[in-house]
Design a protein around this ligand. Sequence first.
Ligand code: ADP
Ligand code: MG
Length: 467
Amino acid sequence: IWLTTLGTLQNQILRYDYDTWLKTTALVSVANDLAVIGAPNVTTKQVIEDRFMSVLRRALGEVLGYQVNVRVIISSAPAAPSEPAPPPPAEPSQTAEVAEPSFASFNQPAPMLNQLPLGDPNRSSVLNPRYTFSSFIVGSSNRLAHAACMAVAEHPAQAYNPLFLYGGVGLGKTHLLQAIGNYALDRNPEVNVLYVSSEKFTNDLINAIRRQQTEEFRIRYRNIDILLIDDIQFIAGKEGTQEEFFHTFNTLHGAGKQIVLSSDRPPKAILTLEERLRSRFEWGLIVDVQNPDLETRTAILRAKGETLQVPVSSDVIDFLAQRIQSNIRELEGCLNRVIAYANLNRTPVTVEVASAALADLLDTSRRKRVTSDDIFREVSQHYGIDQRAIRGRGRSRNVVLPRQVVMYLLREETDASLVEIGELLGGRDHTTVMHGYNKINDELTSDARLRNDITSLRQRLYGENAR
Ligand code: ADP
Ligand code: MG
C-alpha cells in the first residue's frame, strides 16, 4: 500500500520534497480509518504535518479506496525502504493510450467481471500538476475548447454544464480536464474535485459491488463539486456502468455541481450509449479539439523546449513542426527523442541531428516529399480549375478558394517560405499568402466540407502514407 501511495505522491510533489521528506517514511498501521505513518525524526514529522497532510490523505484514500485520517509518529524502526520506490504511476495520458481499445473491439460487450483488472491504484485519479492552463498553448485548433474549460473552471456549474470535450488522441483533452481541476483547487482548496477516467469509474463500481460497498461508492461519487470524467467513450456497451453513471450524473447535475466529460468522439458517435445519457451529454456545451496547425505546433515546441531548458534553435523547431502533424503527444515525444539523441551523442540539437533521431519515423524514403508542382496539380484537379487560373488574378470564389488551398498546403506540406509561396503564385505579396493561409486555417474549424477537401488532397499527395 505504502509503496503505491509513495508512487502516486512522487508524481504530485517536487522531486526534492519527495526525496527529502517522504522517501524515508513508512506506513505503521491502518485501522479504523486511521493511517499511522512513521517518520524517522521530529523534523520530518513536522514538515509532513505542515505541508503534506492533505496530499497524503488524498493519495492514501485513493489507494485504499476509502478516506482515512492520517497521523504521523516518530518511529525508530529503519523506515527507509531498501527496495527502490515503485515507478511513478503512468501519467493519465499514457494510461489512456495503453487502454485505448482498437476501434474494432469497441462495440463488443463489456468483459465479464472477473476479467477486468482489479482496482488499479496506479490508474491514479490524482491531478497532475503539470496540466495547467498556463502550460497550455492556445491556438486556433483548441481556442474554443480552452475558452470553454476556462469558463467552467472560473464559474463551475454556471457556464456550461455539462461540458463535453471531444477530439482525437493526444490533442490535449486530458490536459484541459485536469487544468480545470487544478485551477479550481488553486482558487479554493476546499473544492471537491474528482478526476477519473471512465475506466476507473467502472472499476471502482465493480469493486464496490464485489465488496458490497455500493453505498460508499455513491457517497464518494456524489459528494463532489467538480466531476471530471476522461474518455467517457469507454462506458459504451457497459450497461451497469451507464446505469450507475446516469444516477451519478443526475444527482450531481441536480445539485448544481459541475460535470466535464471528454471523449474521442461526439456523443452522437458513441455507439451503444444509452439515449438518456446521450441526451444529457448534449444538454450543455459540446466543443471539439482539433489537430494543431503549424503555428500552434511551433508554439508548443518552443514552450516545451523552454520548459526543458534545452536550447532548441528555431530551424529545428520549424523542422519538427512541419513534419510532425499528427498530434501534440507525438510532437512532444519527438522533441524529447531529438534532445535525448543529441545528449547521447554530445552534440547540439541541429536539424541534422533531429532528422537522424527521427529517421525511422519520418521515413523520408517512404514518405515522399511533396513538391509545389504536386500541390498545384492535385488542387487543380480536385477543384477542376486550370493551374493558370490559380496563379492568375481572377477573384471569383471558384478560383480564390483553390488558390488559398494551394497557399495552405504549400505552407503546411513544404518548406517554402511565405515569400516563395507568393512567387509560386504569380508574384503575390507574402501578406496575401499569410491571409490566404489563415483564411483556410480558420475555416477548417467550422467547414466540414473544406476539411474533407484538405484530407483527400493530402491523401492524394502522399498516397498510401497519408497522415
Ligand atoms: P488527449 O487526452 O487528448 O489524448 P493529452 O491531454 O494527454 O491528450 O495531451 C497529450 C500531451 O500533449 C500532453 O503531454 C499535454 O500536456 C500536451 N498538450 C496537448 N495540448 C497542448 C497544448 N495546447 N499546449 C501544451 N501542451 C499540450
Ligand atoms: Mg486523454
